[in-house]
Every structure is written in structure tokens, then in C-alpha cells.
Design a protein around this ligand. Structure first.
Ligand code: UD1
Ligand code: CA
Length: 455
């Protein structure tokens, strides 16, 4: 059984992001950048991991806190990638095997690629294997220098390269597999005599070559996978690429996306087959959508669970809610957190809900606010109904039992309970509990003054 550890370099600030937030915490398709290399390393069977943190170390540590195989190495001042690995070394003193090194700002790397690199590393009995790519425009990256036999002899940073070296298009991805004993010995001996005055991790190649050890390149065909995020232009490019990956995976699993280029589905969303998602839909958080649903244009769904055959009509916003089978929502409805709609509920246009349950088959078809309420099954909520849940100090609940018919323009002054099978007359302001099977009318009597206009 091979033994693999991973070191993830994430101490840098990310100056070019021009942000108050450290680079690796910037979100990409719903997760901070750091999530991606950590997950890829885990999926490539790294049994333990050291994340090197520095800038906003607390934020990065807090985000990864629930993963118990991760240790954190604090690099208080960032003296380069080699120095960063040296900071991680004490946490792997008892480890002997192959060490994957990844960058916190290279999110699109896939576990399968890492596994292939490890396999080649082992087959070639290499001490260092560098993941490389051929770029049309290699500007800014370290260049791979090889000898006639194709072995890597050095990596030269852009700032230290000769004009001839700069014309090399094979670049260093910043991702490596290195034999641990060599690695930790080498990074302890690095110097900083270069254009940036930093301890370059890349200098371990020269050291390996001097010791007669084998250094290999593992070139990959898709340069996107090793794209580093340095500014917000690259962040957007990575998001576009990742979104394409996510959307294509859903389509292959049987989900119809009418226009995938403008459909925004975050990492981690589960969607059932034969669900149709229209353009300009945003799905985020831990969302699950069942089979055979229709999500119309412009819907925003965040951290929700939807059953089967649910219809979410245009422009609706759903947050932290649970929606059971065959419910219809919208257009332009807003389910706020804590909403649970049982089977076949209908929520129509301009209806807002918050912390409510609504039983099977109940309807609120138009222009309504329902907050802090328990609504039974087969209840009809008339147009313009409001649960007045807030008295200026605290929130109160409205309870409406099964089979109640609420006429239009009714206000419930909570706390209040309406017993089952009752009718509330249109225009009522309900301040007292209503017993079951009753008619409640709470509005002033109409007065007709005949001939009044003629006077
Ligand atoms: C590095 C490589 C370069 C490669 C490129 C790929 C070196 C010397 N150069 O350059 O060959 O083409 O990555 O993207 O390694 N970091 C720390 N502590 C530090 C310095 C950096 O944790 O002291 C982290 C950064 O947060 C970042 C990663 O290491 O996640 C890479 O550092 P960065 O400064 O971006 O290196 P590059 O100049 O891009
Ligand atoms: Ca970089």
C-alpha cells in the first residue's frame, strides 16, 4: 500500500485580487478556492495533509476545521514556496512516502490527474515529478528545462529566465509529487539568491539532479486544470470552466439544461433525471432537486430540498426551504428560510412565506404574506392575506387548521388559531381564535346612503 501525504500552499495574500479577503477564501462555484485542491488531494488518496497558512490564517483554518486529517502549518512571513514547504516539514517528520504538493490557488486540478502523476512517478522511480502543461502564452510561469533524454534538469522562473528560456512553452504547474526524505532534506538547504530573493521550491530540481536523482515531467493536455488564480479575471475564467464541467456532468446524468452557458449551478447540487432547467437559473448551497421538475427562467434556489415534479416558475426565489412532490411555486414567489410545503401545495405570484408549514393540497395563489404559521391541508388562502406576526417586539404564530377557507384580504393578528373547516369572510381582521366549522366575519357593516351623490 502506497503512502501519500499532501502539502497545500496557501499562505500568500493574493495581492493582485485587490481584496480584503485572502485569495484562497474567494468563492468559486459556491466553495472557497482552498476547498478544491484539498478535495482533489483527498480523492487522490492522500491520507494526511498539511495546509500552509499565513494571511488570514484563522479564516482558512476555520473553514477546514471539520476535516480531521488536516494539520495546519503557520508561515508567518512568506519567504517563498520553498520556505512554505519547509514550514510544513515538522508536521510530516514521521512520514515516509510520496508527498503531493499543490497550490491553494490552482482549483481546477482533478484527482484523476493527480493519480496519473503518482503512477508515472512510481513507474519511473522518480524522486521529483512535476506536473506541466504546454501554454500558448507561458508568461508569468516557471519554465521547464529538460536535457536531451527528456529528463527535467531545472525550473527557471520568468523573472530569472534568459530570453531563450522564456521562449519555452512547457510550464511548471506548481504541482509536484516528491519523495519525502529527499524533499525535507532539500528544502532545508535552499538559498534565496534569485531575482525575488525568495526560497524557491523549484530549486529542489537542481539539487536532485546534482545528487544524480531522477526528475520527471508529467505533461497534461488540458492547461485549464493547472490554471492559477491570481486576479479576478482569472477567477471568472475558472468559474466559467468549472461551471461547464458541473453542467455537463448534470446533463450526462439526465438533466436538461436549456442553455448551459447561462445556468449557474454550484458544486455539490444534486438534481434528478428528466428535470428541466431553463436559462438564468441560479442554484446554490446544499440543494437537492428531485426528478421531473421544471425550473423556469430566472429562478434562484439556495440550500433547498425539492421533491419530484415540482414547478418553480419564473423569477421565484427559494431559500433554506423544503418542498415536497408536485408543488407549484411562482411566478415571482419568495420562499424564505424555514418554509416547508407538503405535496401539491400551490404558491402563486407575489406570495412570500417564512417559517411556515403548509399541508397537502393547500393554496395561496396571489399577493400574500405568510410568516410564522402552521397551515393545515386543503386550506385556501385568499388573495391579499397577511399573517401579522410581528407586534413590534416579538413574533407570534398563526395556526390555520385543515379545510379552512380564507377569503380575500384577510389579516390574522397573531397569535391566533382558526379551527378546522371554518370560513373567514373576505376583508376580515381576525384578532380572536375561531372555533371549528364556523364562519368568522370581522369587518364593519356596509352603509349605503341612497341619493347621496345627487345632493
Ligand atoms: C509558482 C512557481 C512557478 C509556477 C507557478 C504556477 C515557484 C518559485 N514558482 O510561481 O514555477 O509556474 O507557481 O502557478 O515555486 N505560497 C506560500 N508561501 C509563500 C509563497 C507562496 O504559501 O511564501 C503559496 C501561495 O499562496 C500560492 C502558491 O504558494 O498558493 C504559489 O505561490 P505564488 O507566489 O503564486 O507562486 P508563483 O509566482 O505563481
Ligand atoms: Ca500563482
Amino acid at each position: 500500500m502506497k503512502s501519500i501525504a499532501a502539502i497545500i500552499l496557501a499562505a500568500g495574500k493574493g495581492t493582485r485580487m485587490k481584496s480584503d479577503l485572502v485569495k484562497v477564501m474567494h468563492p468559486l462555484a459556491g466553495a472557497p478556492l482552498i476547498e478544491y485542491p484539498v478535495t482533489a488531494a483527498q480523492q487522490a488518496d492522500a491520507s494526511r495533509m498539511v495546509v500552509v497558512i499565513g494571511h488570514q490564517a484563522d479564516a482558512v483554518r476555520a473553514f477546514l476545521a471539520d476535516r480531521n486529517e488536516i494539520a495546519f502549518a503557520l508561515q508567518e512571513e512568506q519567504h517563498g514556496t520553498g520556505h512554505a514547504v519547509a514550514c510544513a516539514a515538522p508536521y510530516l517528520r514521521d512520514f515516509h512516502g510520496q508527498v503531493l504538493i499543490l497550490c491553494g490557488d490552482v482549483p481546477l486540478i482533478e484527482a484523476a490527474t493527480l493519480r496519473n502523476m503518482i503512477t508515472r512517478h512510481e513507474q519511473q522511480r522518480a524522486t521529483v515529478t512535476v506536473l506541466t502543461a504546454l501554454l500558448e502564452n507561458p508568461h508569468g510561469y516557471g519554465r521547464i528545462i529538460k536535457n536531451g533524454a527528456g529528463a527535467v534538469t531545472a525550473i527557471v522562473e520568468e523573472k530569472d529566465a534568459t530570453a531563450e528560456q522564456r521562449s519555452i512553452r512547457e510550464i511548471n504547474s506548481g504541482i509536484y509529487c516528491v519523495e519525502s526524505d529527499f524533499l525535507f532534506d532539500a528544502v532545508a538547504r535552499l538559498g534565496s539568491d534569485n531575482a525575488q530573493g525568495e526560497y524557491y521550491l523549484t530549486d529542489i530540481i537542481r539539487m536532485a539532479v546534482e545528487r544524480g536523482l531522477n526528475c520527471a515531467a508529467h505533461p497534461i493536455p488540458d492547461p485549464l486544470e493547472v490554471m492559477g488564480i491570481n486576479d479576478r479575471v482569472q477567477l471568472a475564467q475558472a468559474e466559467t470552466a468549472l461551471r461547464k464541467r458541473i453542467n455537463e456532468a448534470h446533463m450526462r446524468d439526465g438533466v436538461t439544461l436549456r442553455d448551459p452557458a447561462v445556468t449557474y449551478i454550484d458544486r455539490g447540487t444534486v438534481i434528478g433525471r428528466d428535470t428541466v432547467i431553463n436559462a438564468a437559473v441560479h442554484i446554490s448551497g446544499r440543494t437537492e432537486i428531485g426528478e421531473g421538475c421544471i425550473i423556469e427562467p430566472g429562478a434562484i434556489i439556495r440550500s433547498c430540498r425539492l421533491g419530484k415534479r415540482v414547478i418553480v416558475k419564473a423569477g421565484s426565489v427559494l431559500e433554506d426551504s423544503i418542498v415536497h412532490d408536485a408543488v407549484s411555486i411562482g411566478p415571482m414567489a419568495h420562499l424564505r428560510p424555514g418554509t416547508e410545503l407538503m405535496e401539491k401545495v400551490k404558491i402563486g405570484n407575489f406570495v412570500e412565506t417564512k417559517k411556515i408549514t403548509m399541508g397537502k393540497g393547500s393554496k395561496a395563489s396571489h399577493l400574500t404574506y405568510l410568516g410564522d404559521a402552521s397551515i393545515g391541508s386543503d386550506v385556501n388562502i385568499g388573495c391579499g392575506t397577511i399573517t401579522c406576526n410581528y407586534d413590534g417586539v416579538s413574533k407570534h404564530r398563526t395556526v390555520i387548521e385543515d379545510d379552512v377557507f380564507v377569503g380575500s384580504d384577510v389579516q390574522f393578528i397573531a397569535p391566533v388559531t382558526v379551527g378546522r373547516n371554518s370560513i373567514i369572510a373576505a376583508g376580515s381582521t381576525v384578532t380572536k381564535d375561531v372555533p371549528p366549522d364556523s364562519l368568522a366575519i370581522a369587518r364593519s357593516q356596509q352603509v349605503n346612503k341612497e341619493g347621496w351623490r345627487k345632493k
